[in-house]
Ligand binder design. Structure first.
Ligand SMILES: NC(=O)c1ccc[n+]([C@@H]2O[C@H](COP(=O)([O-])OP(=O)(O)OC[C@H]3O[C@@H](n4cnc5c(N)ncnc54)[C@H](OP(=O)(O)O)[C@@H]3O)[C@@H](O)[C@H]2O)c1
Length: 441
């Protein structure tokens, strides 16, 4: 089979690699830039440098093609506005329409269209039978472009429009794309829905469309439309960033289009998604930017320390960062639990240094230990019932603490009643005394 990919950018190249590996396809690829000729030449029999609105050049690219796949898009940093869209899509398809009488062998046209043509559906589900109602000029241009292609269909020639959701995958990582939104306040409530598709599934769907000669419109989106708020929450959680907050009172020019796209037709055509939903890494990174943020809050807190929980309150294991600033007073206490031995506590110093003091029942220091990120002692595993306190020996000291959960504020700590309560003058001088024990060493 002879196939020409017109506009061989990111998706086009991934598709060309797929067909190259699979074999049995004679490929021609196009680019608008001479400098891309060499990299594309490794993937195909022929490379042509052209704009698809140049009718003669397009005729040469499609002269003996059985299938034309249009994966073109405005290049690089071109403005995404209606005139640019018209020059890229509409003018190219108008050229194609004029050429068709010269291309009797062309038995299928496939185009990677966009779900943007659906416009706003107020959060409702839309499918291929829904009348498109673009809500802006460039959506209107996309719809006009689709209609030009629809007019190319004959009994011998299939025309398949794959309406894609937003593409993610290699080179389009969500964590990179949304980094700048972490910790910001956005207008609205983030309740509008968006649909995504992995680049591998764009390639898979195009390849299936050609192999099985699909005709008509097919939505190519994954199974799970997400609200923007949910998406950004997942991204920020996965990356360990500050969450995005929403302010419904903040004015906004135009709320985003809200629609949920069905992919039933894609499934009924037998296509099995390789990525049926967004797979964000299920982890939280304990990195210096997190340390900095919590340390900032610790500096501003009257207690001069701040916890950052990694666990949820009912979890059976409490895992949290405790960030301490010099001067913080930790009232001596011990942990007791119903189950013998479960009142242990494990500390590891990840940044800075702390002085750990073990006390007897009268509040006398029986042992002291310097724990530091730089060692030689990095952490400690403390047994149940052992009275203890801590002082911060360096600014922005970060400890990872592990204790049995769930956290029950009333019974988590058994304080040594003879030691002063937090916030008292006695506490301030006692903390200074304890800290001095380490600086005098
Ligand atoms: N990104 C999304 O989330 C999304 C959503 C819906 C649909 N889509 C569609 O998905 C398809 C693939 O996108 P992509 O990410 O692979 O795009 P891309 O990497 O930007 O590649 C676009 C290709 O089109 C070429 N091109 C630009 N103007 C052209 C013109 N007038 N005539 C012929 N070729 C032209 C570019 O030429 P150069 O090689 O010179 O750069 C490039 O090869 C596009 O059709 C896009 O509209 C994308």
């Amino acid at each position: 089979m002879r196939i020409t990919i017109v506009g061989c950018g990111d998706v086009g190249m991934a598709l060309a690699r797929h067909w190259q590996q699979q074999g049995g396809v004679e490929l021609a690829l196009t680019t608008t830039r001479e400098e891309r000729r060499a990299p594309l030449a490794r993937l195909a029999e022929r490379v042509l440098v052209l704009r698809a609105d140049d009718r003669d050049a397009l005729a040469a690219a499609l002269a003996d093609a059985d299938v034309a796949v249009f994966t073109l898009a405005p290049s690089g940093d071109q403005a995404v506005d209606a005139p640019t869209y018209a020059a890229t899509y509409r003018d190219s398809f108008a050229s194609l329409v004029e050429l068709l009488p010269q291309l009797p062998q062309l038995r299928q046209i496939v185009y990677t269209a966009s779900c943007a043509v659906y416009g706003d559906a107020g959060g409702d589900w839309v499918d291929e039978s829904t009348t498109p109602e673009p809500r802006d000029d460039h959506g209107q241009v996309l719809l006009e472009s689709e209609r030009l292609l629809q007019g190319c269909r004959t009994a011998e020639r299939a025309v398949c429009l794959l309406r894609l959701g937003a593409i993610h995958g290699p080179g389009r990582q969500l964590l990179t794309r949304f980094r700048r939104l972490a910790g910001t306040i956005r207008p609205g409530d983030g309740g509008s829905h968006c649909s995504w598709i992995h680049r591998d599934d764009v390639v898979g769907a195009i390849a299936a469309a050609v192999a099985d000669r699909w005709d008509g419109i097919v939505n190519v989106v994954d199974d799970e439309p997400l609200t923007v708020a949910d998406l950004l929450h997942r991204v920020c959680t996965a990356a360990g960033w500050e969450p995005v907050r929403w302010d419904a009172g903040q004015p906004r020019e135009q709320p985003p289009a809200d629609r949920r796209i069905r992919n039933d037709r894609l499934r009924s055509l037998g296509y099995r998604l390789r990525h049926p939903r967004l797979q964000l890494p299920a982890l939280r990174r304990l990195d210096t930017s997190l340390f900095d943020r919590v340390a900032e809050r610790a500096s501003q807190s009257p207690r001069l320390r701040q916890n950052h929980n990694l666990h949820a309150e009912p979890d059976p294991v409490q895992r949290f960062l405790n960030v301490l600033q010099p001067g913080t007073y930790v009232r001596p206490h011990r942990h007791r639990r119903e189950r013998p031995g479960a009142g242990f506590e494990c500390f590891v110093v990840l940044q800075g240094a702390v002085g750990l003091l073990l006390l007897d029942d009268r509040g006398e220091v029986i042992h002291q230990e310097r724990l530091a990120a730089g060692g030689p002692v990095h952490g400690i595993d403390l047994a149940e019932d052992q009275l203890h306190t801590l002082v911060a020996l360096e600014p922005d000291t970060v400890m990872l603490e592990i204790k049995e959960g769930p956290y029950r504020p009333a019974s988590d700590k058994d304080f040594l009643a003879t030691c002063p309560a937090e916030g008292t003058a006695e506490a301030v001088s006692l903390e200074a005394c304890w800290r001095a024990r380490f600086t005098e060493d």
